[in-house]
Design a protein around this ligand. Structure first.
Ligand code: OAD
Length: 247
C-alpha cells in the first residue's frame, strides 16, 4: 500500500505545530478554488491575454481605457469570490501559533477578507486606486465605475494600485517580507508557480537561514526539489487534510 502522502501530512502537521515563527507565502493557486483565475495554468489569464498590453505602465500610458476595462472585469469577477478553506486555514494558524505572517502575490484581498491581519501584499491590491498625479492611494470598491478611466478628485486619472511588469515592488513591504523569511523557522508556500521574482526567491532566503519549507501545489515547480516537504495537492485539499472544511 502507498502511504507517502499521509506520512508527509503527519510531518507537515508536526512542523506547523512546533513552529515559533511561520511565514505563509501565497500565489494565485490559493484563490483558484474560490474562482479567481490563475495566471499560468491551462485556463490562466496569461494564456488568453498579453501582459504587455494590459499589465505594464507603457500599456496604461498608451491605452488606459483598455487596461481599465480589463481591471474592471477582474474586479467584477473577484467581487463574486469568497475566501476558501485554505484562506481560513491560514487565519487559524494566526490564531493558534506564536507568530504568523502572510506574504502574498495576490491582489484579490481574500486573505484579509478571511480574517488574516498581518498580510504583506507584494503586488498591491485590486481594490485600491492610485492617483497618477499625486500618488495618493485609497481603497475604492466601486463596481462598476460609472465611467472609465476613473478620475481622482484632482482631475487626474486613477490607476489600479497593483504592480505591473517593469515596476518595482513596494519597498517597505518587500523589505519586511525578506526580514520575515530570514527570521522564520517555517515557510509554507501555497499555490505559486515560483516563477516571478523577487517573490520566488523568498523561500530560498528562508532555507538558507535555516527555515523548513513546505510547498503545497498540485504541479511541480522550480521550488519542489528544494522544499523540505512538497505536497502535490490543491490548497483546499491541504486545508481539509489538516481538518479545515469549507463552509
Ligand atoms: P501562477 O498562475 O503563475 O501560478 C499558480 C500556481 O498555482 C501554479 O503553480 C499552479 O500549479 C498552482 N495551483 C493551481 N490551482 C491550485 C490550487 N487549487 N491549489 C494550489 N495550487 C494551485 O500564479 P503566481 O505564482 O501567483 O503578478 O504568479 C505570480 C505573479 O505572476 C502574479 O502575482 C502576477 C503574475 O504575473 C503580477 O501581476 C505582478
Amino acid at each position: 500500500m502507498y502511504h507517502k502522502p499521509m506520512t508527509d501530512i503527519t510531518k507537515v502537521r508536526d512542523l506547523i505545530r512546533n513552529s515559533k515563527h511561520t511565514v505563509v507565502l501565497t500565489g494565485a493557486g490559493i484563490s483558484a478554488e474560490s474562482g479567481v483565475p490563475t495566471f499560468r495554468g491551462t485556463d490562466g489569464l496569461w494564456r488568453k491575454y498579453r501582459p504587455e498590453e494590459l499589465a505594464t505602465p507603457e500599456a496604461f500610458h498608451r491605452d488606459p481605457l483598455t487596461v481599465w476595462e480589463w481591471y474592471q472585469w477582474r474586479r467584477g469577477l473577484i467581487a463574486e469570490c469568497h475566501p476558501n478553506a485554505a484562506h481560513q486555514l491560514v487565519v487559524s494558524w494566526e490564531k493558534n501559533l506564536p507568530h504568523v505572517s502572510v506574504v502574498t502575490q495576490n491582489v484579490d484581498g481574500l486573505h484579509r477578507l478571511a480574517g488574516s491581519t498581518d498580510v504583506m501584499e507584494l503586488h498591491g491590491n485590486i481594490w485600491e486606486v492610485r492617483c497618477t498625479r499625486e500618488g495618493t492611494v485609497k481603497e475604492d470598491r466601486t463596481h462598476p465605475f460609472s465611467s472609465l478611466p476613473p478620475l481622482c478628485s484632482c482631475g487626474a486619472m486613477l490607476r489600479p494600485n497593483v504592480v505591473w511588469f517593469g515596476e518595482s515592488l513596494p519597498s517597505a513591504v518587500l523589505e519586511r517580507a525578506f526580514e520575515e523569511v530570514q527570521t522564520a523557522d517555517l515557510c509554507i508556500v501555497i499555490g505559486t508557480s515560483s516563477m516571478v521574482q523577487p517573490a520566488a526567491s523568498l523561500p530560498y532566503h528562508g532555507l538558507s537561514s535555516g527555515a523548513r519549507v513546505i510547498e503545497v501545489n498540485p504541479q511541480h515547480t522550480p521550488l519542489t526539489g528544494h522544499a523540505t516537504v512538497s505536497l502535490p495537492m490543491t490548497a483546499v485539499q491541504f486545508a481539509e487534510a489538516l481538518g479545515i472544511h469549507e463552509g
